[in-house]
Design a protein around this ligand. Structure first.
Ligand SMILES: [Zn+2]
Length: 330
């Protein structure tokens, strides 16, 4: 049964390499990867990659995926679109940690060298995505990489659009996210070698990292607010048209600056539990750094996202963002 795939991936325990579900069949090309293939391929429907637990302690998406697999088992859903389901980092999930050696979600870059288990896992997952998208050259390519955030957020559910020189998602696709309960979107201003960036950069996929609430242990996630997201995933797997809502109900932000840590002694002037997307006024002293000095907000207010004073020297300690219009709407 497909719903045994998640526990078998975590254990790890033997699991069949193939089987049938209503509307198609499935294969397990490698550990933690489940490929669903419908009996009839409609070239209009997106071929979708849905990934969870690229950070091992972010478990709400794992529970959401488990629900969908139960619905496939119960034949409440009919497979209608090529779908690649990926359990990103099972070892870190078992250890209830974000990662084991290094952050997996910075390693999705071809030719990157390294020997940690995350480097090896990134190579496996990139290859699985390559094989999948290359099998469906005529279908639109889509990748939703599902996460939960470390801290609270003024917008509990938000999307990160990875950087690309080329076109943005369409108004309809943003409308899917709006209907799925996404409240804000952060548009990246440069390459960052995340899993969603990989699909956008190398496969021209429409791809987002989706932050779905705050980290909680497995079994303790409140899935109620994620029901609309579950409905989007269900529609994609079934090859039916997802619900859409007003794309401009999402609040869009663009990265204005990066707060870099330079020195050994670095600290923020705001509390550790400050939520993502907290606004700071012009003139606010945000941080102290023994090499770079203080960071003071310029003429326009900024919102702070993903602050982390514990990063190593030379790394990004926070993103500073400002509101923008919907990408592609101008
Ligand atoms: Zn994450």
């Amino acid at each position: 049964m497909l719903s045994d795939w998640i526990p078998a991936t975590l254990e790890p325990a033997p699991f069949p390499t193939e089987g049938r579900c209503r509307g198609g069949h499935w294969l397990t090309p490698c550990w933690g990867v489940l490929e669903l293939t419908p009996d009839h391929i409609n070239p209009q429907v997106p071929a979708s990659v849905i990934s969870v637990a690229v950070h091992g302690n972010e478990t709400a998406p794992v529970e959401l995926l488990g629900d969908l697999l139960c619905q496939l088992d119960a034949e409440k859903m009919t497979l209608g679109a090529p779908t690649l389901l990926i359990f990103g980092h099972p070892k870190a999930c078992v250890a209830q940690q974000r990662y084991i050696d290094t952050n997996l979600n910075r390693l999705f870059q071809r030719g990157l060298e390294g020997t940690t288990q995350e480097h090896h896992r990134a190579i496996e997952l990139m290859s699985a995505v390559d094989d999948f998208f290359e099998r469906y050259p005529s279908n639109p390519h889509l990748h939703l990489d599902l996460h939960t955030a470390i801290r609270r957020s003024e917008y509990p559910r938000f999307a990160v659009l990875p950087y690309a020189e080329r076109t943005s998602p369409t108004a309809t696709q943003w409308g899917w996210l709006s209907a799925a309960g996404i409240q804000a979107a952060l548009v990246q201003h440069q390459h960052s070698w995340t899993f969603s960036h990989y699909s956008r950069h190398y496969h021209q996929a429409t791809a987002w990292t989706l932050e779905l609430g705050q980290v909680a242990p497995m079994g303790q996630n409140d899935l109620e607010p994620l029901a609309p997201m579950g409905a989007l995933l269900s529609a994609l797997i079934q090859g039916s048209a997802p619900s859409t809502d007003n794309p401009d109900a999402i609040t869009y932000f663009v990265v204005r600056d990066e707060l870099m840590r330079q020195g050994d002694h670095f600290s923020f002037h705001f509390a550790d539990d400050t939520p993502n997307f907290t606004t700071f006024k012009p003139g606010t002293r945000l941080s102290e750094d023994d090499i770079a000095g203080p960071y003071i907000v310029g003429d326009d207010p900024v919102l702070v996202v993903f602050p982390n004073p514990q990063v190593e020297a030379g790394a990004r300690a926070a993103l500073l963002v400002t509101p923008t219009s919907r990408p592609g709407s101008a």
